[in-house]
Design a protein around this ligand. Structure first.
Ligand SMILES: N[C@@H](CCC(=O)N[C@@H](CS)C(=O)NCC(=O)O)C(=O)O
Length: 202
């Protein structure tokens, strides 16, 4: 497998997953220079001119959440994704999609400093709704985590959410809510995230 990424990108979100799955040595890391990311050579791989992107044989997998889901399933024996017929797989997918959809949209909107009035005007059309909705969803998920999002077993969704929260808190996009703490403190103990400074600082 080839992993196209850039050291200053959300491609780093996947690095702890490679460690959890024990596949670091099976992946050829390709550093994509941002100055060349819109050149024809890279656009042939991902026409969006974005990283990360994983190439596995004939399959070209872009979108962070898709790479998370794909790898956790490909190495299913490592236990990072609930079984296909496990209802908790639905919860697991919900969290992967939440991170990729509403939560990322929230982070983008905060970063762009979109005025509150504009957000409220478009609220029903926005995938995140508004800040209150995002916070309510996160708080309920954290409260119900027992201790992980889908129960006793740690999954790829826990890793993605913890990483995304830590990133957003570090860049002051998201406040570090009290409700996050038990979950974050548990995830940050994992060997795979010892070098993720954003998480270790929390
Ligand atoms: N929806 C994509 C977004 C990827 C993305 O925005 N990547 C940024 C880096 S964090 C990128 O490649 N930027 C380079 C550019 O657009 O020129 C995902 O979640 O994987």
């Amino acid at each position: 497998m080839k992993y196209y990424s850039n050291k200053q990108s959300r491609g780093n979100t996947l690095l702890p997953l490679f460690k959890e799955l024990g596949i670091e040595n099976d992946i050829e890391m390709v550093e994509v220079d941002y100055a060349k990311i819109h050149d024809a050579e890279y656009l042939k791989i991902n026409p969006m001119g974005k990283v990360p992107c994983l190439v596995d044989g004939p399959a070209v997998i872009s979108e962070t959440a898709a790479i998370y889901a794909y790898l956790a399933d490909k190495y299913h024996e490592k236990g990072l994704a609930p079984a296909l017929n496990d209802p908790m797989r639905g919860e697991y997918l919900k969290w992967l999609f939440f991170c990729h959809g509403p939560m990322t949209e929230y982070m983008d909107i905060k970063y762009l400093q979109v005025p509150e009035a504009q957000i409220e005007k478009c609220r029903s059309a926005l995938s995140m709704g508004n800040e209150d909705a995002v916070f309510a969803f996160l708080k309920q998920g954290m409260k119900q985590a027992n201790p992980y999002l889908t129960g006793e077993k740690f999954t790829a969704a826990d890793l993605y959410l913890a990483y995304w929260i830590a990133y957003a808190v570090q860049f002051k996009i998201l406040p570090y809510l009290d409700e996050f703490d038990p979950f974050i403190q548990r995830v940050k103990k994992r060997d795979s995230v010892q070098d993720v400074d954003w998480l270790q600082k929390l």
